[in-house]
Design a protein around this ligand. Structure first.
Ligand SMILES: Cc1cc2nc3c(=O)[nH]c(=O)nc-3n(C[C@H](O)[C@H](O)[C@H](O)COP(=O)(O)OP(=O)(O)OC[C@H]3O[C@@H](n4cnc5c(N)ncnc54)[C@H](O)[C@@H]3O)c2cc1C
Length: 397
């Protein structure tokens, strides 16, 4: 007989682990399934997040405080000082999230990839998993697709339920190295160059003593070649003598969230649902907060005995009303620099050089930290407003 759970979560990255924790906290029997032999996404080694996202436990994953960001166009650069949040070690961060989900009673199975959905009467009713010759069906009242964007199956299950595919032309590609023997620093670089990263950017973040990450994201690029070329061309002094010790590659959907994130018996959350801030591609804070809403939404629907897409859409309404405007801001900010990216970013950097009070607002708006407030500040300045999409004004009136 197939095993039975209330909530089955596919994917143990931040979104899945947050959904598993919140569903288990509400008393549900929860199973979280992970493709890899360890929890944690295949995306990124060290991630930039706002400090207020972290509770006392998650603070243990902090490896650096970001107090300086260098923004660079092909022709100019500007060093901006301020409190720009923290860098967390992703492996440790995701392991702490798993510990939290398990403490609340969620089961976590590793090396247990979800291969397919099972349907009953047109409704998703569980999953089929397979791992090294062992295969089984697990029944669940609600399946949460939190498979992220990195892997072969990422986001496919929800798409299968809706019978849709990715808009492939809207996917950006990224590559990141963890570098060792880096001269320690507390600063990050954000490099905007349409030659190497069209529609995206390259970055370096500190990642703990002697380590840093260097990454690149762009449309229509070969991410590994672009990253090597970035490191070669922009010979960043603290990287001289450094060596890559790990690499990861991913796809990122930067067009904002899906227009539907619920169907009968299934919810999509996190990067798989496009819940990423389109300007920077950051998504951990949305993964955690939308994950929490997804877990709670699933349990409420199960408790009422109605897991139809209509009932589950209470989750969709909740995340859209909280974050919908932020996603639109991120999308429009990205669009602002979409055409003639280098010239516009360069104009922005030159303008900001003359306007120290707005420098921090730009970095925070880029990273998606209180973007509405930051944008309101930026748009008060006519010069800056002239390089931003006009629709942005409507959003932050
Ligand atoms: C290079 C890079 C750098 C980034 N930097 C930042 C940053 O600095 N700050 C920030 O906020 N965001 C950053 N992001 C975005 C951030 O990583 C994502 O928003 C976040 O990881 C999304 O979490 P998630 O749980 O939805 O997906 P993921 O973290 O991708 O987790 C998905 C999980 O599902 C598993 N999985 C996939 N398929 C299956 C399957 N069939 N069965 C079972 N499990 C499966 C995967 O193995 C993985 O563990 C970055 C992304 C990339 C690619």
């Amino acid at each position: 007989m197939a095993e039975k759970y209330d909530v089955i979560v596919a994917g143990c990255g931040p979104a899945g682990l947050s959904a598993a924790k919140s569903a288990a906290s509400e008393g549900a029997k929860v199973l979280a399934l992970e493709l890899q032999a360890q929890v944690g996404g295949c995306t990124g080694f060290a991630s930039w997040v706002p400090t207020n996202l972290l509770d006392s436990k998650l603070k243990r994953a902090v490896v650096a405080r970001l107090s300086e960001v260098r923004a660079r166009s092909p022709w100019n650069e500007l060093t901006i000082r301020g409190d720009f949040g923290v860098i967390v070690d992703r492996q440790k961060f995701d392991r702490l999230l798993a510990a939290g989900a398990s403490e609340k009673g969620a089961d976590i199975w590793l090396s247990a990839p979800v291969m397919d959905l099972i349907f009953k009467g047109g409704k998703v009713a569980g999953v089929r998993i397979k791992a090294s010759g062992w295969s089984e069906q697990i029944e669940g009242e609600v399946v949460v697709d939190a498979t992220g964007l990195g892997g072969e199956w990422s986001g496919l299950f929800f798409r299968k339920a809706l019978n849709r595919d990715w808009k492939r032309e809207l996917l950006a590609f990224s590559s990141e190295y963890l570098m060792a023997n880096v001269q320690d620093e507390k600063s990050a670089d954000l490099v905007f160059t349409s030659y190497l990263a069209p529609g995206g950017h390259a970055w370096t973040y500190p990642a703990g003593k002697g380590f840093a990450v260097a990454g690149i994201r762009g449309e229509r690029i070969h991410p590994d070649i672009a990253l090597d070329e970035f490191l070669g061309r922009y010979s960043i002094p603290r990287f001289s003598g450094s060596v890559p010790v790990a690499s990861s590659r991913s796809r990122v959907f930067l067009d904002g969230p899906l227009d539907r994130t619920c169907a009968d018996g299934i919810i999509s959350v996190g990067a798989a649902a496009g819940q990423l801030y389109p300007f920077s591609g950051h998504g951990i804070s949305y993964a955690l907060r939308c994950g929490e809403m997804a877990g709670r939404g699933a349990v409420e629907a199960i408790t009422e005995g109605d897991v139809s897409g209509k009932r589950l859409s209470a989750y969709e309404n909740a995340w859209r009303s909280k974050f919908g405007t932020e996603f639109r801001i991120g999308k429009l900010m990205r669009a602002s620099f979409g055409v003639s990216q280098d010239r516009k970013i360069d104009a922005m950097i030159r303008m900001l050089t003359e306007k120290p009070k707005l420098q921090r607002a730009f970095i925070r708006a880029f990273a998606g930290f209180d973007p509405e407030d930051q944008l309101r500040l930026l748009l008060k300045d006519e010069d800056i407003a002239s390089v931003m999409a006009k629709e942005l004004r409507m959003l932050v009136r």
